[in-house]
Ligand binder design. Structure first.
Ligand code: ATP
Length: 287
């Protein structure tokens, strides 16, 4: 009996990990007609880093925007499927309510307010909180702890900051909302490799020490798989492969199509889709 209770508790614990962010068969259309996501199912376990990989136009940004409910501005709609965050269905929550619940997106292309200083940009990230002056100070100090470059440049107008500093500022601003999960859209875009390494190391630190989960959409598979625990590969609005980062790094398909390491005769990506293995849920890889 005791053993049975223990195993039920273990299952419940595992389930709550799996349930942190969950997309089930999500379909998205733009302009009421262009079907872009064709049934995406994915899962971010609590406290983990998951990367969403795929070429240009695969549907990575659309997936993140579907989660943060930012599709309406693009005339996009979730037409089927469901999205749950921490056990609660969130498809109909507005972006501000999502931020209050602990889920925030850092959009592709940084998007800092160019006329505000770095520090003022960070403060705008706390607008959904009713925090005291001292709490805001603590939050800013925490951001400066993780991003020392931002502390040095805190009085600089964000428009004059480098691309890397703007990306750090955008992530720092998201952290000011006290998120439990951050959706990062192409953090490496247009940045020098050394800066990208620095940013991914900080993401890992935030995950390890603050317990923040991340879903990172990336084209740079090598970097993303080095940082992440799990990965999904999206192609034409469908997940074609998923698994632990180690497993994906070792997969010959991923090596060939995403890491640029060819095993000989070059194949068409359609072969990968045709032959893709039966998808393994994370339950098995986490056991
Ligand atoms: P990238 O790395 O280039 O951003 P992605 O994997 O993030 O690619 P999405 O931006 O999600 O891909 O785009 C997926 C598909 O949806 C593409 O074919 C794109 O042209 C189309 N798309 C994106 N936004 C819109 C829109 N507002 N209206 C119509 N089609 C769109």
């Amino acid at each position: 009996m005791l053993q049975r209770r223990t195993s039920l508790r273990a299952i419940a614990k595992r389930k709550s990990k799996l349930d942190f962010l969950q997309l089930d068969n999500v379909q998205v259309v733009y302009n009421g007609i262009i079907l872009v996501l064709r049934g995406v199912t994915l899962n971010v376990p609590r406290g983990k880093i998951v990367t969403l990989l795929g070429a240009n136009g695969a549907g990575k940004t659309t997936t993140l925007k579907a989660i943060s409910n930012l599709l309406a501005a693009e005339r996009g709609n979730v037409i089927a499927g469901s999205i749950h965050f921490d056990g609660r269905r969130i498809d109909s929550l507005n972006p501000e309510a999502l931020v209050r619940s602990g889920l925030i997106q850092v959009m592709e292309g940084r998007r800092c307010f160019p006329h505000l200083t770095i520090e003022e940009n960070l403060l705008t990230g706390a607008h959904t909180r009713s925090a005291s002056h001292a709490e805001l100070r603590d939050s800013i100090d925490k951001v400066f702890h993780y991003f020392p470059r931002l502390k040095v440049k805190r009085r600089l107008s964000a428009g004059y900051a480098s691309g890397g500093e703007q990306q750090m500022c955008a992530i720092g601003r998201a952290l000011m909302s006290n998120p439990r999960i951050v959706l990062l859209d192409e953090p490496s875009m247009g940045l020098a490799p050394q800066i990208v390494q620095e940013i991914f190391a900080i993401v890992r630190g935030l995950n390890n020490r603050e317990g923040v989960s991340f879903l990172i959409a990336e084209q740079n598979a090598t970097l993303a798989l080095d940082c992440a625990d799990f990965g999904y590969i999206l192609e034409n609005g469908r997940v074609v492969l998923d698994g632990t980062a180690e497993m994906l790094k070792g997969s010959s398909d991923v090596k060939e199509f995403y890491l640029g390491i060819s095993s000989g005769e070059r194949r068409n990506f359609a072969d990968l889709i045709k032959n893709h293995r039966k998808r393994q849920p994370f339950l098995s890889v986490m056991d």
